[in-house]
Design a binder for this molecule. Structure first.
Ligand SMILES: C[S@@+](CC[C@H](N)C(=O)[O-])C[C@H]1O[C@@H](n2cnc3c(N)ncnc32)[C@H](O)[C@@H]1O
Length: 213
């Protein structure tokens, strides 16, 4: 059983406050709807853009980019010499993401690596201003230390689905499957991590927002 994190009436009200969006966002949102693909949606998208602008991010990495929807929100915040590293283990997502970035005129900002996110994280050496985490939930706990190593001080670690359809409040072991256990473990470890200051935003499916001290 899932729990509404945001009251549906409030959700509709928030929808009425959304800003108009460019045609590529509308097309990507329609594709997400059609394929039941869990893109972050416009509310979280706008938040990502604001967060990136607010710390003047120049280097952003995404773990689990799908076909580039969340990435295009980050791209709006980047300066012309910014760098956006997208990643996903599906080659077809790279092809689609590159087409959408081209449509948006943002392809110069973006590099897309196909492969396992944890392996790709460990390959990177230069610090990032933001790392956005949206991969399979079972892997969330494994992202924490490599992300911590790769973020600059003051950089943001942003994780989607941190309230996981409300399943994080389950306590009976028989109701807790592997992804739910992993998201709960991730949240507890972020709370306890001395190198991060962390807050949880109950927007859409929950966003965990952490800043490296
Ligand atoms: C929730 S979707 C991403 C949605 C995307 N951030 C957006 O808002 O449009 C998760 C994506 O992560 C990819 N993924 C899941 N686990 C991964 C892993 N371990 N390494 C690389 N990609 C992964 C999946 O192929 C999928 O495209």
């Amino acid at each position: 059983m899932t729990i509404n994190i945001v009251n549906p009436n409030i959700e509709s009200y928030l929808d009425s406050l959304l800003l108009p969006r460019e045609k590529w966002f509308i097309e990507m949102e329609a594709l997400a709807m059609q394929e039941s693909f869990p893109a972050i949606g416009p509310h979280v998208g706008q938040l990502l853009e604001i967060l990136a602008r607010s710390i003047q991010a120049k280097r952003i990495m995404e773990l689990g980019s799908g076909y580039g929807y969340s990435g295009l929100w980050f791209a709006r915040a980047l300066p012309e010499d910014g760098f956006l590293l997208l990643s996903d283990f599906e080659e077809k997502n790279r092809v689609q993401a590159e087409a959408f970035f081209k449509m948006a005129g943002q392809q110069h900002l973006m590099t897309f690596k196909v492969g396992d996110a944890i392996g790709l994280l460990n390959e990177e050496k230069e610090p990032f201003d933001i790392i956005f985490n949206d991969i399979d939930k079972e892997l969330y706990p494994q992202t924490i230390e490599p992300v911590f190593q790769l973020l600059r001080s003051g950089g943001l670690f942003i994780t989607d689905n941190a309230l996981w359809e409300g399943k994080v409040i389950k306590n009976n072991p028989k109701d807790i499957n592997e992804p739910t256990a992993a998201v709960k473990e991730f949240n507890e470890r972020m709370k306890a991590h001395p190198g991060f200051i962390t807050s949880w935003l109950p927007i859409r499916d929950g966003v965990c927002l952490a800043q490296k001290r």
